[in-house]
Design a protein around this ligand. Structure first.
Ligand code: SF4
Ligand code: SF4
Length: 458
């Protein structure tokens, strides 16, 4: 754990005080202001050449890590897109090389991939192998959640990762997507795979062992307490801090929130690795109303920068992982963590009010990870959710005849119809194949039904 933070401080919620982080100030352009004096576009400026992102040192594990990590799940594809669909598409090696080179030159030394991310391991391995092994840390996973969960299959997955990544050891190895103790037992304990992984760690082929979590608060302590984990990866962002929304139609279910998960880990002295700090991009493209509230408070920060700063300001966070798809995202993220300027307690409270506003817009909490894909019926699940979210406030508004609401609904219908036939929500046959695959526990078929009905009613 960061030696600048005591457990007591963290537990008391004094997350942002006395962090002693270097403050280089925001990297500002001059800003155009609208009539209300609020900048129309939040600016950011590329980090100066030769500059490097801020680091934190984790004494117990003997690592100094850049505060920002490159998540390799949404790498650029040859067809031009990024996003979780990268896992289903051929990736653009040259574009990935360029991103990796820039990342390393600017102090990013944590690269996160997984066998479940399509070509990601191979392409990331090629890009990293052009650099000295000491200049980067690799995190990859045992992604046996969709089977087969045998010892032989687990061993093979690990050995393939080493080959794909062109390395002799993995710095950070995660049991991928644990949700409860039953899943751990069936995927790792009963088949002796966990014993084998611990042997690999003892042999130096794994430096640090952890797991990534997608379950509820109730399931978390038992998983954390079953082993002396070196780190744990959780979903953490300002919108999920108090409660991870499952969106309408999802029913009740168990409660999960980033605050509980974070505090539990910090209380145990376990470094926190953060995924989805921008909620799969959703917090980078919030509605105009939500963006304006943040812009008025921080004219120099984009919505994504607000989200990343919220996470980076938490002293128990080892690395903030952001899944990046292009150089523009990478450069902006690097600029945020270069001379990082943490939020204080007041800013944290402010971001929690933004979270309430964000949630009042009725968004479906899809992170576009594409774990649910491919859909056997051909539905583009994250694509339909993106289209819905672009107008969620209008689609759930009480007064459909208000001009701005009507205009937004029209725009939604156009985007919906612009999707290729057979990929729209109306192609969903309700087979439920996608439901257990979604780490956000979204009731996908119900949402598809609702989107289909909305589109038909407009
Ligand atoms: S429930 Fe609908 S969206 Fe999900 S896999 Fe089946 S057809 Fe596809
Ligand atoms: S619906 Fe769930 S699994 Fe599918 S892309 Fe969204 S968050 Fe990922």
């Amino acid at each position: 754990m960061d030696d600048k933070m005591t457990r007591r401080e963290a537990l008391k919620g004094l997350f942002f005080a006395g962090m002693g982080l270097a403050v280089g100030g925001p990297l500002l352009h001059s800003v155009r202001a609208d009539a209300a004096g609020v900048p129309a576009v939040s600016p950011w400026e590329e980090a100066p050449e030769g500059s490097r992102i801020d680091t934190r040192t984790w004494e117990k594990m003997g690592e100094t890590l850049g505060m920002l990590g490159l998540g390799c799940m949404r790498l650029p594809s040859r067809s031009g897109g990024g996003g979780g669909f990268g896992r289903h598409q051929p990736l653009d090696q040259e574009a990935v090389n360029e991103m990796v080179d820039y990342a390393i030159a600017h102090g990013i030394n944590y690269f996160d991939t997984a066998p479940a991310y399509g070509e990601s391991e191979v392409v990331t391995g090629r890009a990293l192998s052009r650099h000295p092994r000491s200049s980067y840390k690799i995190a990859t996973k045992i992604s046996n959640m969709n089977g087969p969960a045998t010892l032989a299959a687990g061993k093979e997955m690990f050995e393939t990762s080493l080959k794909n990544l062109q390395v002799k050891y993995i710095d950070f190895l995660l049991l991928h997507n644990l949700q409860n103790i039953g899943g751990f037992n069936s995927r790792f304990r009963d088949n002796k795979l966990f014993d084998w992984l611990k042997q690999q760690k003892a042999a130096g082929r794994i430096k640090h062992l952890g797991f990534s979590f997608h379950g509820s608060n109730a399931e978390f302590p038992a998983l954390v307490d079953l082993y002396d984990w070196d780190f744990v990866q959780i979903q953490l962002n300002y919108a999920d801090w108090k409660e991870m929304s499952r969106g309408w139609g999802s029913g009740g279910g168990s409660v999960t929130n980033s605050e509980f998960l974070y505090n539990y880990l910090v209380g145990k002295g376990i470094p926190v690795l953060v995924m989805e700090p921008v909620k799969g991009g959703a917090l980078a493209s919030v509605s105009d109303g939500v963006a304006a509230v943040m812009r008025e408070r921080h004219p120099d920060l984009t919505p994504a920068a607000n989200a990343l700063t919220f996470v980076g300001s938490l002293p128990g966070v080892m690395v903030t992982l952001s899944g990046m798809s292009n150089m523009a995202q990478l450069k902006e993220n690097v600029s945020i963590f270069t001379g990082f300027k943490p939020f204080d307690e007041k800013e944290r409270e402010f971001m929690l009010t933004v979270a309430d506003l964000y949630k009042s817009k009725g968004q479906i909490p899809c992170t576009a990870c594409a774990y649910c894909m491919p859909c056997p019926a051909g539905v583009n699940i994250p694509g339909n959710f993106k289209v819905f979210n672009s107008a969620s406030d209008a689609l759930t508004a009480a007064d459909p005849n208000r001009k701005d609401v009507a205009d937004k609904r029209k725009a939604f219908l156009k985007l919906y119809n612009d999707q290729e036939k057979g990929t729209r929500a109306d192609a969903c046959v309700g087979c439920n194949a996608c439901v257990p695959k979604c780490p956000q526990h979204i009731s996908i078929p119900q949402h598809m039904q609702r989107i289909k009905e909305l589109a038909a009613s407009l």
